[in-house]
Design a protein around this ligand. Structure first.
Ligand code: PRT
Ligand code: ZN
Length: 298
């Protein structure tokens, strides 16, 4: 009997990460028979099955090998790994940062309370849903404080006098400000990640995971990449290369018989702004085309 090659991936069922996680898999060419109420979804054209759960359960699933892969906020993964104890076998590790779901775990104090550095938090009560991450931060900062663990609506903890300050996720900062709090320290910067179990996979599953990673890398590399085509005098090539951001070695195609003018085709891995195009023109380029790239396998 051949060993399994299908892998199971845990993903958030319903929440901030669901749409972008789904879209990423779609751009990787994976097709699913979606149904909102289902907890499992089998990919029809790739050996992967999705398990759709609450984000809090994903680290546990991945650590225990219930799912070989998981898509989850690094904040949740780190918290669960710290809470679980770093020495337990079968831990999860991060394979890729996925470039969405950015946020930070921050300390915030009432706006009218003076703040004189992290040491001034000594002896305070800090409300958070991330006790293990906060505990690690306080230990490293050599500050002793009381951690008040609450599961939601952390931002109202000071108003309710459950705590003196809070440690919560922030993205725009609006929630903190509208609750009379000011952000004073960043504890942890987070984004959505692809994690894999520390437990061994079968050879077939390793190959499946490697194929998926190659596709994810292809999609992510293509996100900012552009294909640039332009015509230019052959002797302007070196100055053009200086202008083009993150360009690979270009393909040069002679135009006409005398070799004095060439067509240049290249992939640029950084954004190409109008200013860049103007500088290309000033360096001698004409007929400049910049087109988006859908996928790249390097
Ligand atoms: O139901 P389930 O348990 O699966 O979802 P959930 O409600 O626990 O999580 P969800 O969907 O809200 O968030 C999932 C993940 O998104 C988080 O674990 C983070 O990795 C990431 N993320 C990115 C955020 C935010 N940005 C964010 N702003 N998660 C939460 N927030 C909250 C924050 O807790 C605070 O209440 O948004 C508020 C602050 O936002 P600003 O813009 O006002 O600063
Ligand atoms: Zn959650």
């Amino acid at each position: 009997m051949t060993r399994r090659k299908r892998i199971r991936m845990a993903m958030q069922k319903n929440g901030r990460l669901s749409e972008k996680s789904t879209s990423l898999l779609g751009r990787c060419g994976l097709e699913f028979g979606w149904s909102k109420d289902r907890l499992f979804s089998k990919c029809e054209n790739f050996p992967l099955d999705l398990t759709l759960v609450r984000d809090d359960d994903i680290p546990e699933y991945v650590c225990d090998g219930v799912c070989e892969l998981g898509v989850v906020g690094l904040n949740v993964l780190k918290e669960k790994l710290l809470a679980r104890g770093a020495d337990k076998p079968g831990r999860a590790r991060v394979l890729r940062r996925l470039g969405f779901g950015h946020c930070r775990l921050s300390l915030a104090v009432p706006a009218d309370r003076p703040y004189r550095g992290v040491r001034s938090l000594k002896g305070t009560r800090i409300a958070t849903s991330y006790p293990a991450t906060l505990r690690e931060f306080l230990r490293k900062s050599k500050v002793e404080a009381d951690i008040v663990e609450i599961s939601g609506s952390v931002e109202i903890a000071t108003t309710l006098d459950i705590a003196d300050c809070v440690c919560d996720l922030v993205s725009t900062g609006t929630t903190l400000r509208s609750n009379g709090l000011k952000e004073v320290e960043t504890v942890f910067e987070s984004e959505c990640v692809l994690a894999r179990t520390g437990l061994p996979l079968s050879a077939g599953q390793e190959r499946t995971a490697a194929r998926l990673l190659q596709r994810i890398d292809g999609v992510m590399r293509a996100a900012d990449a552009k294909y640039i085509m332009l015509n230019a005098p052959a002797d302007a090539l070196s100055s053009l290369k200086k202008v083009l951001p993150g360009m690979e070695e270009p393909t040069i195609i002679p135009l006409g018989g005398d070799g004095k003018r060439v067509a240049v085709h290249a992939v640029a891995y950084e954004p190409v702004f109008w200013e860049t195009m103007e500088r290309l023109k000033a360096a001698g380029a004409s007929s400049i085309l910049v087109v988006p790239i859908e996928k790249i396998i390097a």
